[in-house]
Design a protein around this ligand. Structure first.
Ligand code: ATP
Ligand code: MG
Length: 263
């Protein structure tokens, strides 16, 4: 099997600045107060995915999942370490990314598709499917700036899944969709998985990760705290390394397997 994504000792550091204007900054400096602080959002993370692997990336808010995804899709570069990928990358890593609020849904499909690397011919070929999947009706001809967040997500996801790619990245894409749309998205993602593409799926919903993924990585404050089996990863996320955790992970979140509660 070919290696699809190789992340080696990746580090991404951010600097926090505590003062927003020069006056405050000067006063703080004179007083000898700390004015900046840096921390590692992604801290020495390594993993390798083969083509066709489906990884669930989990962890609490702020643990570095989106940042790691941005390193993988090349939006950000690691400060040290390396991130290598093979083939075309598509997906949805932030709702509204690649959309212009003053352009209509129709125009934005072309814009967004171009950003994801589709030629105009390819977009023309997929256009009807994209529109049908997004199912936003007459709003297709209105500026997306007036869309609800669910409609934004529909359009973005719809374009992303119609791009031919080798690696598909999805960051909490289903969070704002309604139940019928979530179901449709899950089906589409299953198709993407079955077609042998590599998937990195960020989600807080255990049930959907269980459906989609064959491996889980849990991040804790930027550090890879768990890497392995899906059920064990979900258990780790809920209970850490606690001794008194229940044996049966399936009983923990029966609700999660119900589509509505879950994805
Ligand atoms: N551009 C940036 N500048 C400074 N700090 C940032 C930047 N981007 C992210 N961070 C910080 O890095 C940390 C990790 O953020 P990230 O968005 O990767 O978390 P996450 O795991 O995706 O969280 P969530 O579950 O809430 O989506 C957070 O503390 C965040 O504030
Ligand atoms: Mg995030």
């Amino acid at each position: 099997m070919a290696v699809s994504i190789q992340v080696e000792n990746a580090v991404k550091e951010f600097t926090l600045r505590y003062h927003r204007n020069l006056k405050d900054l000067t006063v703080a400096k004179i007083r000898g107060q700390q004015t900046t602080d840096s921390f590692r959002a992604v801290d020495d993370v390594s993993f390798t995915l083969e083509q066709g692997d489906t990884l669930g990336l989990m962890g609490l808010n702020g643990s570095g999942k989106s940042t790691l995804l941005k390193l993988v899709n090349g939006t950000m570069r690691p400060d040290s370490g390396s991130v290598k990928t093979r083939g075309r990358i598509a997906g949805l890593i932030a709702t509204g990314a690649g959309f212009h609020p003053q352009l209509t849904g129709r125009e934005n499909i072309y814009l967004n598709a171009a950003i994801l690397g589709l030629s105009e011919r390819e977009t023309n070929r997929h256009f009807d499917e994209i529109v049908e999947f997004a199912d936003i009706g007459k709003f297709l001809e209105t500026p997306v700036g007036h869309y609800s967040s669910g409609m934004y997500a529909r359009l973005g996801f719809s374009v992303a899944v119609h791009v031919d790619c080798d690696i598909f990245l999805a960051d909490e894409v289903l969070a704002v969709g309604d139940k019928p749309f979530k179901r449709k998205c899950m089906q589409k993602m299953q198709e993407i998985r079955e077609s042998g593409r590599t998937i990195v799926y960020v989600s807080h919903a255990a049930g959907s990760v269980r459906k989609m993924c064959n491996r889980v990585i849990v991040l804790e404050k930027g550090v890879k705290a768990f890497d392995g089996d899906v059920d064990e990863g979900i258990r780790f996320l809920k209970y850490g390394n606690d001794e008194d955790q229940p044996d049966e992970v399936d009983n923990l979140d029966a609700d999660d397997d119900n589509l509505g509660a879950d994805i």
